[in-house]
Every structure is written in structure tokens, then in C-alpha cells.
Design a protein around this ligand. Sequence first.
Ligand SMILES: Cc1cc2nc3c(=O)[nH]c(=O)nc-3n(C[C@H](O)[C@H](O)[C@H](O)COP(=O)(O)OP(=O)(O)OC[C@H]3O[C@@H](n4cnc5c(N)ncnc54)[C@H](O)[C@@H]3O)c2cc1C
Length: 347
Amino acid sequence: MQCFVEADLSAWTTLGVPARAKELLVLEDETDLARWFERRESAPMPELVLGGGSNVVFLEDFAGRVVRLAIRGRELLGEEGGARFVRAAAGEPWDGFVRWCVTQGWGGLENLAAIPGSVGAVPVQNVGAYGLEVSERIAWVEGMDRDTGQTWRFSGNECGFGYRTSRFKAAEASSRVITAVVFRLAGDEPPRLEYPDLQRWFGGRAQRVSPADVYAAVREIRARKLPDPRVQGNVGSFFKNPLVSPEVAERLAAIHPDLPRHPQPDGRVKLAAGWMIERCGLKGVREGGAMVHERQALVLCNAGGATGADFLALARRVRETVAERFGVRLEVEPVLVGREGVVQRLT
Ligand SMILES: Cc1cc2nc3c(=O)[nH]c(=O)nc-3n(C[C@H](O)[C@H](O)[C@H](O)COP(=O)(O)OP(=O)(O)OC[C@H]3O[C@@H](n4cnc5c(N)ncnc54)[C@H](O)[C@@H]3O)c2cc1C
């Protein structure tokens, strides 16, 4: 276990804003969990579990302990009814794990290629991209309660998955630490190619497309569309796509006929937050060093020297402008962390 005191967190998140934690622990193997627990008892303070830091915004210094789960390991647990059950420890880098599965010939996760971060975080906001949500592939999630030390296991159905949310993202989750995720990869499912970008990419060749082809295509498409956080700090989408009632969607469509609208299985309609932000003329708009990306309106990026306060100011400005123009309230996607811990809402 590595331990840093008064730790600079800027290199531990993809946004790269300056913030300090009283303490940063990096857990590298299972035995480090027990060491962490001893430390919790001898020096209690607020805590935050961190993976790759690609969905976290530190708004200011954090008066507590950041615990980075870097425990690695991946294995095939077994096969049942043609499906493979594959287990990965929380600290496995997500994209490396997806690539490894594809290389073994186990399709199922390839649409989620190149999402930054660690395996342990993917259930937290039920990551999704290119027509797939990870909840569709999760058999169960393993973890422990850091207050009691009790281990637990939730089946996919018990995880409370929804659009960019789960029981782990909710406030009650603060004491739950995910230590591993088990994926169920069906052997016989055809590649998922409905997403418009993938349809365009593969054209009429769907019959001959392998998981490795989809993995490579998604990586390539993402590299063209999204800013690389190593070059320009960001957390991917800063806002969720809003879900509204069909009546609200109809009313908006009457005024903005080209507003993208995606009906959902539960009857609600998903609107494109990026489209609305762009229509408000916000691309390239700045607050201090934080900027609405010039090509991807849904991404707020660190244009140089940005602070958490800059991102807060910019997020508020975007939200207010969109609410004024469209009457729709955008919800922030990443986890906002203040001095005492997670901030539940953008006020
Ligand atoms: C360029 C870019 C593109 C992105 N594209 C997408 C995308 O297409 N789809 C998408 O859904 N997301 C996307 N994201 C967001 C992000 O990559 C994902 O949410 C990712 O799963 C976060 O992983 P992480 O390990 O970095 O989590 P972190 O940012 O470290 O943590 C996120 C949250 O999960 C909690 N957490 C992390 N690990 C654990 C654990 N082991 N146990 C309990 N809680 C834990 C943290 O406390 C925090 O609340 C993107 C981000 C970037 C920078």
C-alpha cells in the first residue's frame, strides 16, 4: 500500500484540477484492504473511493482520505449454457479488460471500448456507449461494506441500474466498496451494431463483423470525436441526456423540429443535451480555465489552469442557459466532491 499525506490529486483525475486530500492511499493487493481498515480505525476522517478519476470533479480541497483501488486480476470463472462468466478485480483498467476479453474471442463488451477508468467504477454509473449499457452484461458485483467489513454480492437485478445510475451511485452507497465485477458474456449474440455511427462504419457488412472489428471501430470513432483527456483534461459528458415526458418532448419539437428525440422503453423520451447546449451558442464559452469544448458541446474541458470552482461556474451557466431556452433542467453526470465529500446536487 502506498500512502501520501497532503496529497496533490491533480494527477489522479482526468480533469487535472488542483485539489489536495489529507491523505491518499493506493491499495495494490487484497491484503491492503485490511491495512486500510486498520488506518480507518486509528485515524477516522471522511473518505472517497477512487478508480481512474475519470468521472470525478474535485471542486476544492478534500478534507479526508482518498482511497484508490488499484487491485488487479482477471479470470474466466466458467461457462454455463454457452455463456462465459468472467471476473475482473476493481482496479483493472477498463479498456484493457475489454481488449483482453475480445482477444480471447469473448464478445459482449466491445461497444464499451476506450471508456477511461477502472472495472470497479463501471457499475457505479452503469456506463454506456454505442448502444450498450454495461448492466446488460453484469452477472453480479462483489464488494464490502467499509463500516462493518462485511462482504456482499448483488446480482445484476439487485444493482438498481438505470440510465447512468445504480444503487452504488446513490447516497446510501457511500459505505459500499466494489472489489470485483463478474460479467456474463453470451457466446452466441450477434454484434450490437444499431448505433448510427456503427451502422455508418460497417454499412451492409453486419454478417461478417467480429467483436474485434467492433472494438477497433469504436476506438477509432471515439478518438475522432472525443478530446483525449491526456491532452485536454475532461470527464467525458458533463451532463446527462435529459429524460422527459412525451408531452414535454412534443411541445419542444413543435418549437425546435430538429431536436433529437429518442423514445425509451419506459415511455419517456431522451433528449440530446449536447444539441441543446450547442443551440444555446455555448461552444467555446469559458469560465476561467474551464471551457465548453469547441466541437463536443457535452464535454467541459480544462483549457489550461482550470479550478474546480471554474467548472462549477461553467456548469451552472450552461444549466441556466439551457433551462431558459428549453425549459429543461440538465443534470450533472460526474461525481462532484467538495471539502466534506460528495456534493449531491449542483445548486
Ligand atoms: C474522455 C472520456 C470519455 C468517457 N466516455 C464515457 C462513456 O462513453 N460512457 C460512460 O458511461 N462514461 C464515460 N466516461 C466517464 C467515465 O470514464 C466512467 O464513468 C468510468 O466508469 C469512471 O471510472 P473511474 O475508474 O475513472 O471512476 P472514478 O472517476 O474514479 O469514480 C467514479 C465514481 O465511482 C466511485 N467508485 C470508483 N471505483 C469504485 C469502487 N471500486 N467501489 C465503489 N465506488 C467506486 C467513485 O467514488 C466515484 O463516485 C468518460 C470519461 C472520459 C474522460
